[in-house]
Design a protein around this ligand. Structure first.
Ligand code: PLP
Length: 396
């Protein structure tokens, strides 16, 4: 008898947004060979790594030459030196966690999707528009998906108020990709209270936490009372320290978190020991440096660079009377396509008339139709050229 395959892989719409974007981009380039396209689409960093951080990793690699310092498999859940640094990072926001609550990962994307290993079929609540990995992983697992509208009416910050009193897997992302909005303490408290009341689990993605510069806004879900009994948190060094290639992040699964009397921390530990053999020593050394005083200064410098890009882009859009919705605590500007254009119509006009590429909002879900996302991770000179071209478009 033939092997049984997961048919959801066939059913999932093959509309991975960046494939379509690249297709349109290369079609355009075929007919316009000399065009200098400015890419404000991809959410990948462009600033190089810090020299000291790289030296730290080189030192770690050199340790592998000597029998005395050679290292084999890393601990599945991460080296203590990095976990301690992360615990201190939380303490700065008055969040006290235990060493065993922290799991070092090779990036947020893996854990945000692998967490489903702990569950049978459930209902996932996903805010739409959304970072696609939440939707796709639940679709592939065969979970029922409840899309919660996040739109202009609720300031792109969906709340649980219309949800039934049932247990859900709830995905929240703040600062949000793609909308750039940040939940306030009061808004997150509503989610935490709802999750505790209904024995739901919040999967809180804080991959862009380091972009928050307002001390009154919560960086971590555990700043909210009651979160340790209903939420796991997934964090990343990717955008914070430029680790999109090196791959490192962490996940917090508090020891207090129990569902159906089972410890999620114990289950995740078991899962990681069976399916994950840890992050390389050298990478964890680099990540650890990023959380030192010097490392943090360096990260801040790069984040400030991207945030200045964001301000320039946002101001330019505002001058063009385009409505923007994002905060300044993220690397993304989310805006309404002008003149009622659809997301893809605006994409084609931008490409054709300005040679600028962005991401059509509809690529993040139906609620994103009519909106658009620019990423501020580009180089400053490209941001300035893009603004110039946009202003020119208005004049023409
Ligand atoms: N979560 C969100 C909201 C993201 O936007 C991204 C990457 O763009 C990730 C997670 C993936 O992060 P990592 O590079 O750590 O896998």
């Amino acid at each position: 008898m033939a092997l049984k395959l997961n048919k959801n892989y066939k059913k999932i719409k093959n509309n991975y947004i960046f494939v379509e974007i690249n297709q349109r981009k290369s079609n355009y380039l075929k007919n316009n060979k000399n065009a200098k396209i400015i890419d404000l689409g991809v959410g990948d960093v462009t600033r190089p790594l810090n020299k000291e951080l790289v030296e730290e990793m080189q030192k770690a690699l050199n340790e592998q030459i000597h029998a005395r310092t050679f290292k084999g498999y890393p601990p599945e859940n991460g080296y203590d030196f990095l976990k301690i640094q992360i615990l201190n990072y939380y303490k700065q926001r008055n969040v006290v966690l235990q060493n065993k609550d922290i799991f070092i990962s090779n990036g947020a994307c893996c854990d945000v999707t692998n967490i489903l290993d702990l569950f049978k079929k459930n209902v996932a609540v996903i805010v739409s528009p959304t970072y696609p990995a939440y939707y796709d992983s639940n679709f592939l697992q065969g979970n029922k998906i409840l899309l919660l509208k996040s739109n202009q009416d609720n300031g792109f910050m969906a709340s649980p108020k219309n949800l039934k009193n049932k247990s859900y897997l709830i995905y929240l992302c703040s600062p949000n990709n793609p909308t750039g909005v940040v939940y306030t303490t009061e808004q997150l408290k509503q989610w935490v209270d709802f999750a505790n009341k209904t024995s739901s689990l919040i999967i809180f993605d804080c991959a862009y936490e380091s972009f928050i510069s307002d001390d009154n806004l919560p960086h971590f879900i555990y700043e909210i009372d009651g979160a340790k009994t209903c939420a796991i948190e997934i964090a990343s060094f990717s955008k914070m320290a430029g680790f999109t290639n090196l791959r490192c992040g962490w996940t917090v699964v508090p020891s207090q978190l129990k569902l159906n009397e089972s410890s999620i921390n114990e289950m995740w530990t078991r899962r990681q020991c069976t399916k994950f053999n840890g992050v390389p020593y050298m990478i964890q050394k680099g990540a650890c440096f990023a959380l030192t005083k010097n490392g943090k200064l360096f990260c801040k410098k790069n984040i400030d660079y991207y945030k200045t890009n964001l301000k320039i882009l946002t101001n330019c859009l505002k001058q063009l009377k385009i409505e923007t919705f994002s905060s300044l605590h993220s690397p993304y500007v989310w805006f309404k396509c002008p003149q009622g254009l659809s997301s893809w119509q605006f994409f084609d006009i931008l490409l054709e008339k300005c040679q600028i590429v962005g991401v059509p909002g509809v690529g993040f879900g139906k609620e994103g139709e009519g909106y658009f996302r620019f990423s501020a991770f580009a180089k400053r000179k490209d941001i300035l050229i893009a603004c110039n071209r946009l202003q020119q478009l208005k004049k023409d």
